[in-house]
Design a protein around this ligand. Structure first.
Ligand code: PLP
Length: 221
């Protein structure tokens, strides 16, 4: 039962005061509606067309999290309604989000995606690049975006020690950013880490939001 799975995950999150993002990518609207009726309000999607279609068809009080790689030329489609963009991985993208947010009279919250996996991954910044960007580029002039925290994905491996170490690394980056650039910005507080296979480790390392898909909705094709 979807509702009992949601409830048991919520009970696991409660002691950590972490938020559940139900990752509903590839699942049909009816299934999302079932989760909605069980009380779930935050959903994660990773394709622009899919989230646009689902947002148009589903209740308006759903908060849509965009968790995938976002192409600059597609920002305009989600800018009117997206709640949080998890995977900002270039200044160019940040600037485009700011432009499109302004055009919609909104402020859009974003997370900076760090590369934390010790394996090679395509997306996310190396930590050094993020610190360089914040030191050198005029991100503080972007009035329609708010950087509210960080996001990362651990290596897909059975090695629990490694996964824990990668999450701990993201927490360390978060603290460094907080101390250096966001000391007085109380909204800078989010660490988006943890998926179906590794969220207990992420919680133990300080996650504030977990992105869980298959554990709730079943394996995707
Ligand atoms: C698909 C996805 C998830 C959820 O993965 P599950 O293993 O199904 O929980 C979380 N984060 C991102 C970025 C994803 O693309």
């Amino acid at each position: 039962m979807l509702s009992s799975v949601l409830q048991s995950i919520q009970e696991e999150l409660a002691p950590y005061q972490a938020k559940l993002i139900a990752v509903s990518k590839t699942y049909p609207k009816e299934i999302l509606l079932e989760a909605y009726e069980a009380g779930q309000r935050e959903f994660g999607e990773n394709r622009v067309q899919e989230v646009v279609d689902k947002a148009a068809a589903l209740p308006e009080d759903i908060k849509w999290h965009f968790i995938g790689h976002l192409q600059t030329n597609k920002v305009k489609y989600i800018a009117p309604f997206v709640h949080l963009i998890h995977a900002v991985d270039s200044f160019k993208l940040l600037k485009e989000i700011d432009n499109r947010a302004a055009a919609n009279n909104r402020v859009i919250d974003v997370l900076l995606q760090f590369k934390i996996a010790e394996e090679d991954t395509k997306y996310g910044y190396e930590a050094a690049e993020i610190f360089e960007m914040l030191d050198e580029l005029p991100w503080q002039d972007l009035k329609n975006t708010r950087i509210v925290g960080v996001m990362g994905m651990a290596t897909y491996t059975d090695d629990q020690e490694q996964v824990a170490r990668e999450f701990r690394q993201l927490h360390t980056y978060f603290k460094r950013l907080k101390d250096t650039y966001f000391k007085y910005q109380s909204y800078f507080k989010e660490i988006s880490m943890g998926m179906s296979g590794d969220y207990p480790l992420a919680l133990a390392e300080g996650s504030t939001m977990v992105r869980i898909g298959s554990k709730i909705f079943g394996e995707r094709d």
